[in-house]
Design a binder for this molecule. Structure first.
Ligand SMILES: [Zn+2]
Length: 338
């Protein structure tokens, strides 16, 4: 605390030095608080003086004690919430629909109302409650998508990292005829999925495998390298990403796409990919974009079953034994794009 050492005394009518005496505040708003306060007084005549810094400090200690006794949230706990979700004071205020400076005042020691305190305490205990509030704020335009994402992103960070590790460990192999002589590129894959999901109405997981396979193989046929660096195996319903990693890709909390799950008439669960429409096409070359659009246009009006049948007609799928990697050498014989 910055302290002044001289202050105007209205009795002595001049700037004077002051001393401090202690006094006890016994009660505040009907609660026994017993907080010591510092009272400055004129060192010449003894008149009690008002020093804003000292008064501020007294109030802070009084509010803290009162807050402790009545169970109000503390300034530290409010700061902890913000730190956990990487939110500014202003963002937290906007999420809750409070004034611009409200959180700032609380963190500096002002006493929150009981209802505000209750809301903050709920948030510190329940992430779901914060998300609920943030969704409401997003709908009502008080916060940006970016602020909203910050809260979502803190969701179990190590699980997110782990999923990504599983995906990359399985797929990150040296260049070979099984990945189209390209290193697997996860960011490219995320953007590609987001783009396809944006252009195709119903992009189910089973079809996504074939879209990617056709894109990679067609591009290899044309340019002798793949787009994503993915490896594919022969599976009963067509080519799928090696190691069944497509399940991890579907479960990955991507910033570019998300999935919805549907129960079909026969009780099976279908996973549908949806685009967040924020893909970057600049990471693809013009040639790659041409290949991608060619495949999308060829498949987008076809059903999952029809796409599956097309892939069964391909030599690469027919000649490869079940569960084994499909060589990009078969790209040359693609029948769909002759
Ligand atoms: Zn005086």
């Amino acid at each position: 605390m910055k302290m002044v050492n001289k202050i105007y005394c209205p009795v002595c009518k001049q700037e004077v030095g002051f001393k401090i005496k202690k006094s006890l505040i016994k009660e505040y708003k009907g609660v026994q608080v017993n907080v010591e306060e510092n009272i400055p007084y004129c060192s010449k005549c003894g008149t009690e003086l008002f020093v804003p810094e000292i008064e501020n400090d007294n109030l802070k200690r009084l509010y803290r004690r009162y807050g402790e006794l009545t169970g109000l949230i503390t300034p530290e706990d409010i700061a902890k919430i913000r730190k956990k979700y990487n939110l500014s004071q202003r963002e937290l205020g906007q999420i809750l629909g409070w004034g611009k400076m409200t959180i700032n005042r609380y963190e500096r020691g002002a006493l929150p109302s009981v209802s505000h305190s209750d809301i903050l305490k709920l948030i510190s205990k329940s992430k779901d409650f914060l998300i609920e509030k943030a969704e409401e704020a997003l709908r009502e335009g008080r916060i940006s998508e970016k602020t909203y994402q910050k809260i979502q992103k803190t969701d179990k960070p190590h699980i997110t990292d782990l999923r990504r590790k599983v995906i990359e460990t399985e797929l990150n192999q040296t260049e070979s005829v099984f990945n189209g002589f390209k290193r697997f590129d996860f960011e490219k894959l995320e953007n590609l999925i987001s783009y396809i999901a944006d252009k195709v109405d119903n992009l189910y997981l089973s079809s996504l495998n074939k879209y990617l396979w056709y894109i990679d193989f067609l591009h290899f046929k044309r340019h002798l390298y793949s787009v994503t660096g993915l490896s594919y195996i022969k599976y009963a319903f067509g080519p799928v990403i090696k190691g069944f990693v497509f399940n991890e890709i579907a479960a990955y909390p991507s910033n570019k796409y998300y999935v919805e799950e549907y129960e079909m008439e026969d009780g099976a669960i279908q996973t549908k990919f949806k685009s967040k429409k924020n893909y970057h096409l600049t990471i693809f070359t013009t040639d790659e974009l041409q290949t991608i659009d060619t495949v999308i246009n060829a498949l987008k009006d076809k059903t999952c079953k029809a796409i599956s049948e097309l892939s069964h007609n391909e030599t690469g799928w027919q000649q490869t034994p079940y569960s084994e990697l499909i060589s990009y050498e078969y790209a040359e014989q693609l029948k769909l794009f002759n």
